[in-house]
Write a protein that binds this ligand. Structure first.
Ligand SMILES: Cc1cc2nc3c(=O)[nH]c(=O)nc-3n(C[C@H](O)[C@H](O)[C@H](O)COP(=O)(O)OP(=O)(O)OC[C@H]3O[C@@H](n4cnc5c(N)ncnc54)[C@H](O)[C@@H]3O)c2cc1C
Length: 399
């Protein structure tokens, strides 16, 4: 990419869900976009589980972050329509709302408080219901006697993450995004407004770059003057059963039924909060599923899947823009499926249209980082207060 005509408007580093969502959104918005990734597209069929568009966690997070999640949930059907039209595929999204089950009165009470605080932080614009056992049984007749109640919000949904990645890849290519694999970005510098990124075989140039390299964002962000508080978190695990007859049309915090009828046990529900905190073993994950739906005791387990999560110590997604190197943006998300629609439909156009003269005083990045308080168990104990707050500009604040 040495000729100026080859220089993309936006160069995205990382071709995971975050990077491809932003690349796709930027290309739809008319930008010339390229993606660099150090490896091949990861569509391991073992990942063929379900990923959630999940708004029921992180209630205590900053309101700005909650607005992004709500916005994304609302944008998901538009995003899905765009992906289907571009890739010519069947819809990916199933968004009937989701249940979070509680197993004691105390849990149910705390859950109600959490949901209320989330609704309050969103000026009341966050629909949810609290259901006791009987109300829940009327909707989900198979629940067991140990389930005391549940919270429900109509905004939750699920998608198959492997189909999502494939669709994003396909749509990016159809929108003219060039995806270069086997390109590990080693260093980044900005010279007279132009970024230069070195890989083993090339020097890549662009006026705007988006770092979406998962855990490696932490290293790469330092090259553009930002501290990125992301760490490898406790791994997410799921267990998948043989298919059974359909009985569960909703995503939940304990089990989900996938399109082929198989049952997915475990904490694919990010931010599952109360219940998942104790799910330390595969056995406990299954037990929790059986407490919810006792008839699942008859299913045969097929395989398990495990992967580390990447995120800030409190699990928040992190968005930053560099002031020292204007035009460099960093996006890391532990909720990249939930946030994919907002990344593509809101954030990417904003990055494409961003100019250096744009006001810098908005607050989303600050709010997100405010949530990443020290002492929350960052593995290497790096004090997050080291963040150079003057070196962050912000992303657009959603209404
Ligand atoms: C078990 C499990 C269940 C989950 N469930 C949900 C869910 O239900 N809902 C939800 O919203 N989220 C869920 N998540 C979280 C979500 O999957 C993650 O947010 C997502 O995988 C992270 O995507 P990413 O694009 O940021 O990172 P990655 O997928 O890690 O992608 C980063 C990419 O950058 C590339 N890269 C890295 N370094 C470099 C470099 N130096 N140069 C070039 N390329 C580089 C890598 O090759 C990779 O392709 C779950 C995660 C796990 C583990």
């Amino acid at each position: 990419m040495s000729k100026m005509s080859d220089v993309p408007d936006v160069l995205v580093i990382g071709g995971g869900i975050v990077g491809l969502s932003i690349a796709y959104g930027a290309a739809r918005h008319g930008a010339h976009v390229a993606v660099l990734d150090e490896s091949e597209l990861d569509t391991d069929p073992a990942r063929d589980t379900s990923s959630l568009i999940w708004l029921q966690g992180k209630a205590a997070g900053p309101a700005a972050q909650a607005r992004w999640r709500r916005e994304s949930a609302r944008q998901w059907s538009n995003f899905d329509r765009a992906l289907c039209a571009d890739a010519g595929t069947a819809p990916l999204l199933h968004q009937p709302g989701g249940f979070f089950f509680c197993f004691s009165d105390e849990d149910l009470h705390r859950r109600a408080e959490l949901m209320q605080s989330l609704q309050d932080s969103l000026d009341g614009d966050y629909p949810f219901e609290m259901l006791d056992h009987h109300a829940l049984k009327a909707r989900l007749p198979d629940i067991g006697p140990e389930v005391v109640g549940a919270s429900f919000t109509p905004m939750d949904g699920q998608v198959d993450p492997v189909r999502l990645l494939r669709a994003l890849h396909e749509c990016c290519e159809r929108r003219g995004v060039t995806i270069h694999q086997d390109q590990h970005v080693g260093s980044i510098r900005q010279v007279q407004g132009m970024f230069q990124l070195r890989t083993a075989t090339n020097v890549w140039r662009a006026r705007k770059i988006v770092l979406a390299a998962g855990l490696d964002n932490r290293r790469l962000a330092a090259h553009v003057g930002l501290l990125m508080p992301v760490f490898r978190q406790r791994g997410g695990r799921v267990l998948i059963s043989q298919p059974i007859a359909p009985f569960l049309p909703y995503p939940t915090n304990t089990v989900r039924q996938l399109q082929d009828g198989s049952i997915c046990f475990g904490d694919a529900v990010e931010d599952a909060g109360l219940a998942s905190a104790s799910l330390d073993s595969m056995g406990e994950m299954v037990l929790q599923g059986l407490r919810t739906f006792p008839h699942l005791g008859r299913v045969h387990l097929k395989h398990s899947w495990q992967a580390p999560r990447v995120g800030a110590p409190d699990g928040s997604p992190v968005w930053q823009a560099s002031q020292r190197c204007p035009g460099a943006f960093v996006v890391t998300g532990e909720s990249s499926v939930t946030l994919a629609a907002a990344h593509a439909m809101r954030l990417a156009p904003w990055i494409v249209d961003w100019t250096q003269s744009d006001a810098l005083e908005s607050t989303l990045a600050d709010a997100v980082l405010d949530a990443a308080t020290p002492g929350l168990g960052a593995p290497d104990k790096q004090p997050l207060l080291m963040l150079d707050r003057s070196d962050q500009t912000a992303f657009p604040v959603l209404p």
